[in-house]
Design a protein around this ligand. Structure first.
Ligand code: ZN
Ligand code: ZN
Ligand code: FE
Length: 740
């Protein structure tokens, strides 16, 4: 009998065909395997019984990184007799639904070879195989073949070619392979952009010496460049902060291994597993008190982002170092990650030496960031290892939909059939560079997937760059359908979809700011919604952002606005930390803004309430990075304090003014802050009791791990953005759900 088997899912570029080949040989089956448009196709002569066994083994033993979504088997009518089993070259043209695999950390087998003196790739900084190495970051076009990647310029030597063409070899069709004779090469540049001659080409030793002697080095990794220095050297870390204009925002630290990680953070099993997973995200962990890293790495917070090496270059460097290193994205604050030689050379005022290589990065990809709370993984940034992200949709559609997301933490996505392909994190669309990166991501999608949108979806905020771009697209192409989706509804839809929920829920969207249907800036919202509609049933009282966007950077402006709301002009005569942080002149001007409603948009943002608390308690008056208030408040939470402030929910309005009055009376920071957290939890809990609906969380505030921890404890069946994200990187996905 002749059978045809189609296997769909993440099955290309991950050693799936050689796996089938070797399995077929083991089962004495005759036929062939090939990649086709939508996955892998197998044809073979066998019996039902043997086929059943074969299929069972495929599912049991498939390559570790592959994912079978489903398969179909057909009994063929034509008569074909195969002599043996072969791997056939893919002939059919690719389909747009083919999945591109993510970049994967170096595997165990490659690491062993890297350290094996007798291996021909001993200490080769670009060692890779079918089970590891770059994928997404080097791909130019589908199908994923070497000629469509940035490896096309490297001509394989005979030895590599032999491995590449042998189905029994671990490197069979591993697109990025190479060796000292034929592969990617390192080089070192100084600040003057001069390529340095290094004795016996010992680039790794050279860069290690620079790190040890307190220099800042740029290192080209998989999806971009890092800035690296010794994490225990306060002088260098301080210099890096100064040169990068990044005074306080925490840096991530790369450690040699789990043993070294344990010297600076505490780790539970789940955190260890996540750190060592092939995705290798930065994991936020609790700092230990006796850590030897500089106090300037994560000032005033008790958490620390750590990650393990994920390329052979990082491994080779860390193997020679005894200290953890700072590994932060090479960019100017708020701008996209550097991926080209020219871009990193433009930052030569920050670094002293640059360890470069001649493999082009086609698609840039930042490090992903995650944390573990209650044994669950929460993502703070979805990029390397996780991107491109294939997200399921509740419905299949034939329409070609482009979703442009929000403005901060930008990601964009395209809808193909029953999936959304979500781009990695792009950054905030506040500068020309990020807007260009945003546009080029759209072009990459169009080119890679041969995609031309029929519908474009964006936010309702008129001044988001993504909205402006959508309107521009519509102008150029009147046939294009333009749909705008409310920001917080999109937040809730994203969490619902990731959890396979489409029925009625109570959505809680605690967020920074997003454009509301009444033209005010929402952000502390309770929405009753399903996949088709939403109704706002409660929100925090509106308050004024004195000076508009400036108030987002200055927590004291929001706190002052509350003081004006409560005490009117008398607030000017109060003496407290918020008031005292302004000059008399400033206070007068701000009072006028408040009184006359000049440049003072109304908002119900919960994110800003964290700012109010942080300013009243003099923890932050002017933020130096986004989310600073929330992060700093976490350090003051005391779990032995279980009570909360009295609050009022009247006529759909949750009054925060009465909470502010209680905070002003509380002199103990730990009590005030713990009660503030407990109050937010209690509000959500009571709303849940009132509506008796499943509670779904979405919005940037739910990246606060203390809040998440307390909510899981109080409401065990609360619905979270599990393994996905709750900040504005989720918006594009939510937009897709709203329109399919
Ligand atoms: Zn490998
Ligand atoms: Zn070679
Ligand atoms: Fe948001």
């Amino acid at each position: 009998m002749l059978f045809g088997i189609n296997i769909y899912g993440l099955v290309q570029g991950l050693g799936f065909r050689p796996f089938i080949y070797n399995l077929a040989l083991k089962h004495f089956l005759k036929g062939y395997v090939s990649n086709n448009g939508e996955g892998v196709y197998i044809e073979l002569n066998t019996t039902y019984k043997k086929l059943y066994k074969f299929m069972e083994q495929i599912q049991l033993k498939k390559p570790p990184l592959s994912k079978i979504e489903y398969f179909s088997i057909t009994l063929k009518n034509d008569i074909k007799k195969f002599e043996n089993f072969t791997i056939k070259e893919s002939q059919e043209s690719f389909s747009i639904s083919t999945m591109i695999p993510s970049d994967i950390a170096m595997c165990k087998k490659c690491e062993i070879e890297l350290n094996d003196k007798n291996n021909r790739r001993y200490q080769y900084p670009f060692i890779t195989c079918t089970n590891c190495g770059p994928r997404y970051s080097i791909i130019k076009n589908l199908p994923y073949d070497r000629c469509n990647t940035s490896m096309d310029k490297f001509k394989m030597c005979d030895k590599c070619k032999k491995e590449y063409t042998n189905p029994k070899d671990r490197r069979y069709h591993a697109q990025p392979i190479g060796c000292f004779d034929c592969g990617v090469e390192l080089s070192i540049y100084d600040k003057g952009k001069n390529k340095l001659e290094i004795n016996s080409k010992n680039y790794i030793d050279d860069i290690v010496t620079h790190i040890e002697s307190g220099k800042i080095v740029a290192i080209k990794g998989i999806g971009g460049y890092h800035l690296v220095c010794d994490a225990t050297n306060t002088k260098t870390v301080d210099l890096l902060r100064e040169r990068k204009y990044r005074p306080y925002k925490p840096f991530a630290v790369m450690v040699k291994n789990i043993v070294m990680a344990k010297t600076i953070v505490t780790l539970n099993d789940k955190e260890k597993e996540l750190l060592s997973s092939h995705k290798r995200p930065i994991v936020l962990c609790q700092q230990t008190t006796k850590s030897n890293i500089s106090d300037l790495i994560a000032p005033n917070i008790n958490q620390l982002g750590v990650l393990l090496p994920y390329t052979p270059i990082h491994t080779l460097i860390l193997n020679k170092l005894n200290n953890p290193i700072v590994a932060t994205s090479a960019n100017i604050s708020g701008e996209p990650l550097c991926k080209t030689f020219d871009e990193i050379m433009n930052l030569s005022h920050i670094w002293d030496y640059c360890l470069d290589n001649n493999r082009d990065i086609i698609n840039s990809c930042d490090d992903s960031i995650a944390f573990v709370e209650n044994d669950k993984t929460f993502m703070l940034r979805i990029a390397r290892g996780y991107s491109p992200n294939y997200l399921k949709l509740p419905k299949n559609t034939n329409k070609k939909i482009l979703c442009l997301g929000a403005n901060q933490k930008s990601t964009i996505g395209i809808v193909i059939k029953d999936k959304m392909i979500l781009s990695p994190y792009i950054a905030d669309l506040n500068s020309l560079e990020t807007i260009n990166r945003f546009k080029s991501q759209i072009d990459t999608f169009k080119k890679t997937y041969n995609f031309e949108p029929e519908i474009v979806v964006c936010d309702k905020h008129p001044s988001y760059e993504s909205t402006k771009y959508a309107i521009e697209l519509k102008k150029q192409n009147p046939n294009l359908e333009l749909i705008q989706v409310q920001h917080h509804y999109a937040h809730i839809l994203a969490t619902m979809a990731i959890n396979n929920i489409s029925s009625k829920v109570l959505g809680v969207s605690f967020d920074g700011t997003g454009y509301g249907d009444d033209n005010n800036l929402w952000g502390g919202e309770f929405l009753i919604c399903n996949n088709n509609s939403y109704k706002r049933v409660a929100h925090f009282n509106y308050f004024k952002l004195l000076g508009g966007t400036l108030a987002i950077k200055e927590p004291r402006r929001v706190a002052l606005s509350f003081l004006f709301d409560i005490y009117g002009k008398d607030a000017l005569n109060i003496s407290n930390k918020t008031i005292n942080s302004f000059s008399k002149e400033e206070l007068k001007i701000l009072y006028t803004l408040w009184e006359k409603n000049i440049n003072s948009p109304l908002t119900s943002s919960c994110g800003r309430l964290f700012d109010v608390v942080a300013s009243l308690l003099n923890i932050v008056q002017v933020s130096s990075y986004e989310g600073e208030s929330g992060l700093l408040l976490e350090s003051y939470y005391d779990s032995s304090i279980t009570d909360y402030f009295q609050f009022d929910i009247n006529n759909k309005i949750i009054d925060f003014k009465c909470i502010v009055i209680q905070i002003l009376k509380e002199k103990n920071h730990f009590i005030a802050i713990s009660k503030f957290f407990n109050t937010l939890v209690q509000i959500i809990y009571e709303m849940g009791e009132k509506y008796k609906l499943p509670i779904v969380l979405g919005g940037g505030v739910f990246q606060n791990r203390v809040l998440i921890r307390l909510l899981i404890e109080k409401i065990p069946n609360i619905i979270l953005p599990k393994e996905f994200i709750s900040n504005d990187s989720a918006i594009a996905y939510g937009q897709a759900i709203a329109v399919v």
